[in-house]
Design a protein around this ligand. Structure first.
Ligand code: SAH
Ligand code: TRP
Length: 324
């Protein structure tokens, strides 16, 4: 018998809008303009991201899938998890490799998916519920704040894939790891997907594809602000840029204004002036060194038990557990 997924809404549309207002006001009134990445993922943003994962230049998803394909048995055995909690789950498509293995071992009891984007989440949850026939819970929430509300029972494998952790600067990343650690039970494990430092040309290409899908994804954040905050951005008045920051070892995604102009954001009663060529930093995507990551995890009490790379050495999965 298939049980329909249970849906918990921790971030309501009203919460979402309040948080967006605050983020946008802070980010666009700062001397160096920026927007936080969480607002990319409305329905169209999620569809564009899904398209990104299939682009020839965007190796990350294929590399991570290759590792999961090869090592899901090792991961299932090393964690002996009976439940999976996926954070920022999106379509949960790669995750099926793990779920298949856990199900084949007879271990799989529960699936919890957490994402800020309700539409993709609901669809993924109902598919998994049909295909695996176990208890599926879909949580519309923010993994920065809502984890304490979802921990619960058994031996959980907390999956944080897609190098989403790289979209947070080091201090926020540390805070995230601490929050994960605090929510994990003594027998739980964290499975973390991270992209690795490599040739900057390949990195830049992955975030500035020739078909322009990433550019559309980046500009979509302006479309979201127009719709949700009554802003009057002309998305075509901004150029997509992907720049490798060698000092911080991250890719910066920016939107560069093609003219001097002013944007009005009705719901914030705010005018935002742009100089010709002025940029908004919309996203960073940090690239990791295995040693550095191990230390970061250890510094918050997460012992990295095992790591795996894809054959080309582009991407890494880390299985970590709460250190004694
Ligand atoms: N895990 C998938 C999707 C990665 S894209 C993969 O590996 O392909 C990042 C996902 O995280 C999106 O689905 C987005 O909606 C979600 N997300 C981004 N910020 C979030 C936040 N603060 N809280 C919860 N979900 C978030
Ligand atoms: N976590 C993904 C990454 O850092 C998110 C991502 C991929 C992304 N392409 C993007 C975010 C383009 C913003 C713009 O690779």
């Amino acid at each position: 018998m298939v049980r329909p997924p249970v849906v918990d809404v921790f971030v309501t549309p009203a919460d979402r809008e309040a948080a967006m207002r605050e983020d946008v006001r802070r980010g666009l009134t700062a001397r160096s303009k920026s927007l936080p990445p969480v607002w990319f993922y409305d329905e169209r943003g999620s569809l564009l991201f899904d398209e990104i994962t299939r682009l020839p230049e965007y190796y990350l998803t294929r590399s991570e899938r290759a590792i999961l394909g090869r090592h899901s048995e090792d991961i299932a055995a090393a964690s002996s998890a009976d439940g999976l909690v996926e954070l920022g789950s999106g379509t949960s498509e790669k995750t099926r490799l793990l779920l298949d293995t856990m199900a084949a071992r007879g271990d799989l009891r529960r699936i919890v998916l957490l994402d800020i984007s309700e539409e993709v989440l609901a669809e993924a949850a109902s598919r998994l519920s049909t295909d695996y026939g176990v208890e599926v819970r879909a949580v519309v929430g923010d993994f920065r704040t809502d984890l304490p509300k979802i921990s619960g029972g058994g031996r959980q494998l907390w999956a944080f894939l897609g190098s989403t952790v790289g979209n947070f600067p080091p201090t926020e990343r540390r805070r995230l790891f601490s929050e994960f650690r605090a929510s994990m039970g003594p027998e739980d494990h964290l499975l973390l997907g991270t992209d690795l430092v490599k040739d900057p040309d390949r990195l830049v290409a992955a975030y500035d594809d020739s078909a322009g899908v990433t550019a559309a994804f980046n500009r979509n954040v302006l479309v979201v602000l127009n719709r949700e905050l009554g802003a009057d951005f002309d998305p075509d008045g901004f150029e997509h840029r992907a720049v490798w920051n060698a000092e911080h070892r991250w890719i910066e995604m920016r939107l560069r204004s093609l003219s001097a102009h002013t944007v009005h954001i009705a719901e914030l009663e705010l005018d935002v002036a742009f100089r010709d060529g002025e940029e908004i930093l919309t996203e960073i995507s940090a690239k990791f060194e295995p040693e550095g990551l191990r230390h970061e995890l250890e510094s918050v009490g997460l012992a990295s038990a095992v790591t795996w790379k894809d054959p080309a050495g582009d991407f890494m999965l880390t299985l970590a557990r709460a250190a004694a």
